[in-house]
Design a protein around this ligand. Structure first.
Ligand code: FAD
Length: 272
């Protein structure tokens, strides 16, 4: 949103919450209703690339519409290229537009589990960069567009310089902010931000924060995304904002509220 850019320039601390579409939505809606009182700058809904595109378009945009029109929240919809033709993308964007959404996190997506390698869908998009370009072409400035960044590398690309070049291409194509993959190594993140700045990336970079609620799933996720976990990472969280000119935190809530609230309380970011 416009506010994100303004807050960033004025060094105002803020945060956002990420949700995924659950099987049954009522519990999550009750939770969103409570969490909106904490005043997140925006909430976003992930794109579950596992299902059929038609059904995903409907379930995701329904949730975006509920958050936007039902709860009056600024919303950001994730959208991936996996399994999506240009027509599917058009349908998703048009429903998001009608649902009051003003922001898209444009992603390539991962390969479906049954495929080893990622492949573009016929009449679809190859890279997130191409999706960014398309959204800009079609909708002008209506949507703010965010993209994904990888402080610890991407499973398909471990060369940091190359990854930063690809990140810059997405921003040059019309994206205006970056949300990172989760990480627990703050020093590495800050070095990476410096490197992005050296390479001419000027847009807000938002750290993605995955609170730990369950040890087994934490370990599984960290392995899957190839994330390094230094022993002292929790205590470092509090210093991250001053050091890296980081003013906005993005919480992967996994649709639960408690651990996010604990962190926000510790950082004194929720008005009581
Ligand atoms: P891209 O930036 O397109 O990069 C994909 C690969 O292609 C990289 O290896 C990159 O180096 C390479 N590449 C890029 N440009 C070029 C080029 N010009 N030439 C050659 N190679 C190139 N996944 C979901 O399915 N749903 C979600 O909701 C979702 N949300 C996410 C949110 C965040 C904040 C993050 C960090 C990730 C999310 N993901 C999600 C995962 C994401 O889809 C995967 O990490 C995916 O593998 C890469 O997506 P990307 O948008 O970064 O792709």
């Amino acid at each position: 949103s416009q506010v994100l850019q303004e807050n960033w320039q004025n060094e105002v601390a803020s945060f956002s919450f990420e949700y995924f579409v659950p099987k049954t939505q009522q519990n999550l809606y009750d939770r969103m209703d409570r969490m909106k009182e904490w005043q997140p700058l925006f909430v976003d809904v992930t794109w579950n690339a596992g299902g059929a595109s038609r059904q995903m378009v409907t379930s995701t945009t329904d949730m975006i519409t509920k958050a936007s029109k039902g709860f009056g929240l600024e919303t950001c919809m994730h959208l991936t290229c996996t399994g999506m033709s240009q027509e599917d993308v058009d349908a998703a964007l048009s429903k998001a537009f009608n649902g009051g959404c003003r922001c898209i996190l444009a992603l390539r997506g991962d390969a479906p589990v049954e495929n080893e390698k990622w492949e573009a869908t016929s009449n679809g998009f190859m890279y997130a960069r191409d999706l960014v370009k398309y959204i800009r072409q079609k909708y002008g400035d209506h949507f703010e567009i965010g993209v994904a960044g990888y402080p610890e590398g991407h499973p398909e690309q471990h060369d940091q310089d190359v990854l930063i070049e690809h990140l810059k291409e997405k921003l040059d194509a019309g994206a205006s902010f970056v949300i990172t993959q989760m990480f627990y190594d703050v020093d590495n993140f800050l070095q990476w931000v410096d490197k992005c700045r050296e390479k001419g990336i000027t847009q807000p970079i938002i750290p993605g924060i995955m609170p730990i609620t369950n040890y087994a799933s934490f370990i599984r996720r960290v392995k899957w995304c190839e994330i390094n976990v230094p022993p002292e990472f929790m205590s470092a969280l509090e210093t991250i904002m001053e050091k890296g000119h980081i003013y906005h935190l993005h919480f992967y809530t996994m649709n639960v509220e408690k651990s996010t609230r604990v962190i926000l309380d510790k950082l004194e970011l929720v008005r009581k």
